[in-house]
Design a protein around this ligand. Structure first.
Ligand code: AHR
Length: 528
């Protein structure tokens, strides 16, 4: 007999407004993401700037709302000023973060113009590693100032008459990471002071912008959350968001660890909200700090040897890009080669992993206002050398983007639960035990303007299907519209796509359905 599960949703139990930026993506010139997928001047679809039009069209149609760019670790050693103006005068540099040559053929203006072409909001990461306050001030002046100054007139001369109007500025990337060029790992207070000064100054250039300050790059690092508090004390009043990153890993083939990932995100979000509110009180500030999850992912990794006494100590050689004997690579934009990806996933599980994180964000929609999926652009539309294709992750992402709008509601879940014992995948990924993780993962979005209520449900159970009841009470004037499900018997298959479940029954707004194991489900109610 299959397990029983029930979810109740009441439109009066509101969590908060869902920000459109929750469905953003993260872009960085690693491997072929920029040189190959974005920029490929010999591609049959290349436009006048060398951008692949097939990818632009696919992303535009998908409707990616926001992209955080141009990195990532990359930005901490990058000088944006070397990347503007005539291409033949731009400087080629070593990118120490990813051991590659960076030609600057794709520079500051190209990144912003490409996001204009895909119709997304650019969210810009400033270099607060090697970059100084003037680099940041000149950048915002070049990017956003109307004209009449050296930097804003230079933008015009370089072909973009109108200001780009970038609203969101990140004050560096993972500034606590020892892998970062010019890391502030050892001095959170000094980074907090610098972030404060940069944030103040760039807001003096453009009073409409928002800023995000880096806190610990992961809840796995040992200085978390102490490092975060030290930073925030110095800049609480001048910034608007904390910038959070999280890559939750599971050992290959361990479904319990993988399907419990969102619980680790929940712990992280709760701690960070608590910390921000604590510093708010310390600062006697009226401002509530919001959360920007500007890099996230859930993945399988191969089990590594764990070293006693080396908890979350990151040796130079252990971090992926930092093998000191690695050759510097020049990525040929016209030769896609191997894509940078987290290779150990299954397409359907990757889709459920990212969707599970987004459901967690929806359940904290009052405080999590930005989220950027790592690899999100490739999830929306995957590129090969020839063209663009769709994977299961496209569908979960699109469902959330389309229907996860309006106000997030509190779902009450009654179901069986599972435990996860503490585990370590490598010295950098160590996860405490979790008790009583729901087998049913759920979030609900009420879009009153459009007259739609959508309930997203993941059946995390990797062993059996569930008999499911969804009770949406006090939803006067609405009727059940549809239940779409996506699952795959073959976890390695790329072919799963949502299908309407015609057997799902509704009695008013009480719906009964079967939920396939490891499945994605979208229940929709519409106004009569
Ligand atoms: O996504 C790759 C890297 O992961 C980013 O550059 C960095 O911010 C994070 O550590």
């Amino acid at each position: 007999m299959s397990k029983k599960a029930k979810v109740s949703v009441n439109p009066n139990f509101k969590i908060g407004e869902i920000s459109k930026r929750l469905y953003g993506a993260f872009l960085e010139p690693i491997g072929t993401m920029v040189n190959g997928s974005m920029y490929n001047p010999n591609h049959p679809t290349a436009d006048e700037q060398g951008f692949r039009k097939d990818w632009i069209d696919a992303l535009k149609e998908f409707g990616i709302p926001a992209v955080r760019l141009p990195g990532g670790n990359f930005v901490s050693g990058w000088d944006w000023k070397d990347s503007i103006g005539p291409k033949d005068l731009r400087k080629k540099h070593l990118d120490l973060a990813w051991h590659q040559y960076y030609t600057n053929d794709i520079g500051h203006d190209e990144y912003l113009q490409w996001t204009e072409k895909i119709g997304a909001e650019p969210m810009y990461t400033l270099n607060l590693g090697t970059g100084d306050i003037n680099d940041a001030v000149y950048n915002v002046e070049y990017t956003n100032h109307e004209g009449g100054t050296y930097w804003s007139d230079l933008r015009k001369k370089n072909g973009h008459d109108k200001p780009y109007g970038v609203k969101m500025w990140y004050l560096g990337n993972e500034m606590d990471g020892p892998w970062q060029v010019a890391s502030w790992e050892k001095d959170p207070k000094a980074y907090g002071v610098k972030a404060n000064e940069v944030s103040k100054a760039i807001k003096w250039v453009d009073g409409t912008i928002e800023t995000a300050v880096c806190v610990s790059s992961s809840p796995d690092v040992l200085h978390y959350p102490d490092w975060d508090e030290k930073v925030l004390r110095e800049c609480y009043n001048s910034v608007d968001y904390v910038s959070l990153h999280m890559y939750q890993s599971a050992a290959i083939g361990n479904y319990a660890q993988f399907m419990a990932a969102a619980r680790y995100y929940e712990d992280y979000i709760r701690t960070e909200i608590g910390l921000c509110d604590y510093v708010q009180t310390l600062c006697r500030s009226p401002k509530k700090m919001m959360l920007s999850f500007d890099e996230y992912g859930t993945m399988f990794l191969p089990q590594q040897e764990i070293h006693f006494g080396r908890e979350v100590y990151i040796e130079p050689g252990t971090y992926y890009p930092q093998h000191n004997d690695r050759e510097y690579i020049l990525h040929d934009p016209n030769n896609m080669g191997e894509m940078y990806s987290h290779r150990f996933g299954s397409p359907i599980l990757s889709a459920l992993g990212n969707a599970g994180v987004l459901l967690e964000m929806l359940r904290h929609a009052d405080r999590v206002k930005i989220a950027c999926m790592t690899g999100g652009l490739g999830t929306a539309a995957t590129t090969s050398a020839e063209g663009v294709y769709i994977t299961p992750g496209h569908y979960t992402y699109l469902d959330l983007l389309r229907y996860g709008q309006g106000v997030s509601l509190t779902p009450v879940v009654e179901c069986e639960k599972f435990d996860v014992a503490s585990f370590a995948i490598d010295d950098n990924h160590k996860s405490p035990e979790q008790k009583d993780v729901d087998l049913i993962d759920c979030a609900a979005a009420f879009n009153e303007e459009k007259g739609e209520l959508t309930v997203f449900v993941i059946n995390r159970d990797w062993e059996e299907d569930a008999e499911f009841t969804l009770n949406v009470s006090e939803l006067d004037g609405y009727r059940f519209d549809s239940h779409y499900e996506m699952f795959s018997e073959d976890l390695e298959s790329n072919d799963a796509a949502p299908v309407k479940n015609e057997e799902t029954k509704a009695d008013g707004t009480v719906v009964t359905a079967g939920l396939k194991k490891l499945s994605w489900n979208v229940f929709r109610f519409v106004k009569d």
